[in-house]
Design a protein around this ligand. Sequence first.
Ligand code: AHG
Length: 323
Amino acid sequence: MQKGRDLAGFLHETAAADIAKLITSIAEGTKELSHAVRNLGAMGLGGSMDVTNVQGETVQKLDDHSNNVMMRVCKDSGTCAGYLSEENEDIVTLNTGGKYIVSIDPLDGSSNIDIAAPVGTIFSVLERISPVGSDVTREDFLQPGYKTVAAGYALYGSSTMLVFSTGAGTHIFALSTDDNGYYQTHLRMFIPGGGRIYSLNQGNLGKFESTAQQFVDWCIAHEKGPYSLRYIGSMVGDMHRTFIKGGVFLYPAAKGEKRGKLRLLYECIPMAFITEHAGGRAINGSQRILDIQPTELHERCAIIIGCKDLVSKYEEFAQAVAV
Ligand code: AHG
């Protein structure tokens, strides 16, 4: 099969040079992680470490390795001033002379590692507010998502895919096992309408806000027949399916709370950014994700994301509850 455009050529034509450099560095990191995911045992990266991260979750060896790799490639880019990761409590200054900051979940879906199911990396890029030449500040990272400059994810599944946007459409590349290069697979990606898939941890329905139950009931009792439930348990895997096949992914707020489980800065905002650039929508139930003003580095957020029609349907139920 003929290969599509390669990543370097694509970035050269579509992105500013310093952003192209940063995306290229992150892409190189994802190649290392793709290799690590497929060679866990040989690289001694299976199982967990004896530590918990800032979220109170046990750190898997691959989580730690992924964080080290992504921090290194961001530093090596020369253009990345600062780094915020799920695995670090605080922000890290990498290059005082850099213009951008990166928020990242280096290895999303840790519970899938030991069962050889899909995992991924999610990242977003902002321009710093603090002056070039100084250390980065928390304010650099606590900017609303509409200020995002670039965002994306890598999926380490049966193939390794890189999906990203630099603000002009969402684009998808596959990693070739022939030459370890990324090649474009779709000219521009649009979430298909009419998808009949909903994706959430249905076992938690009793814990979620009541809108989630109403929405699921609506999906199951749909006049054209029940929607299918698909749930991989890694946001990257579930979102990749949503991008290709349509439908909606949900991690709603818990009852009596506004926030859900997923992290605003390095899970919800990057996915919302690439979803909007692919013609979809992302809300927390009542508000556009990209309009939320973050207040904490590791803030959690509810998310309903995917095809516009289905996100709007959820919003309709939410508004009816709120009246
Ligand atoms: P982690 O990377 O800590 O395993 O979290 C994964 C996230 C997200 O990727 C996924 O959609 C969600 O947590 C799954 O959570 P549940 O197990 O609660 O369904």
